[in-house]
Design a protein around this ligand. Structure first.
Ligand code: 5RP
Length: 223
């Protein structure tokens, strides 16, 4: 199976976690896009969706799915999203698509985080994928210095030669070369750096379930 076929398989499996008549939180990225396309097939069964990025909101709306502002929502049964890396304990690196802050905010409202990922994302130790950190632009230099001081190689993310800006108007710093043996502690430490908006470690509140696409079928990991 190709990587896209694995992503599609987990997206289809995730539909079983959507609660009828409820609001669904929807992530960002290529796997989330497959999920949105599956969600469209049962859109009459859900109340609405909350999007974790402008890109996801546009794709949901294009399918005729109502998108609510998170401020209109008090509860959400599930948040469904991909990951860049996930451990057997359910800790994740996210933010490859630069949507980490809104992803973490929407996920914080949901009862359950359902991670959908192809098998290549499962790792014993997080950090081979550069850790994304969303940063207030005026703080980028000072934050990069502090991230280098904790042992990483922090680099400003560029797009077409200029700093990539998030949906929130901030920049992304990617920290290369980390071996994250204590993701809960590192999440707290980086979040505590002045100028950091969000670190793309989802460990204090990791996934509750991971639907992992493998050649042998979709495996369900529960944490
Ligand atoms: C976006 C994310 C994505 O969930 C993550 O990058 C995985 O993306 P993909 O499904 O395309 O592999 O965190 O900010």
């Amino acid at each position: 199976m190709t990587q896209d076929e694995l992503k599609q398989a987990v997206a289809q499996a995730a539909i079983h976690y959507v609660v009828e008549g409820e609001i669904v939180g929807v992530g960002t990225g290529s796997t989330a896009n497959f999920f949105i396309d599956e969600l469209a097939k049962i859109k009459h069964k859900i109340k609405a969706a909350v999007a974790s990025s402008e890109e996801t909101a546009a794709r949901l709306r294009a399918h005729g799915i109502t998108v609510l502002d998170l401020n209109q929502v008090t509860s959400m049964a599930v948040y469904i999203d991909g990951a860049d890396e996930i451990t057997p304990q359910g800790a994740m690196i996210k933010g490859g698509g630069a949507a980490l802050t809104r992803e973490k905010i929407v996920a914080s409202v949901a009862d359950q985080f359902i991670c959908i990922a192809d098998g290549s994302k499962l790792v014993d130790v997080l950090g081979k994928f550069p850790l994304p950190v969303e940063v207030i632009p005026m703080a980028q230099t000072v934050v990069i210095r502090q991230l280098n001081a904790i042992g990483g190689d922090a680099r400003l993310r560029l797009k077409d030669g200029v700093p990539l800006l998030t949906d929130n108007g901030n920049v992304i710093v990617d920290v290369h070369g980390l071996q994250i043996t204590d993701p809960v502690a590192l999440e707290a430490k980086i979040n505590n750096i002045v100028g950091v908006v969000t670190v793309g470690l989802f460990a204090q509140h990791g996934a509750n379930v991971c639907l992992l696409g493998t050649a042998e079928g979709v495996k369900t990991l529960k944490f």
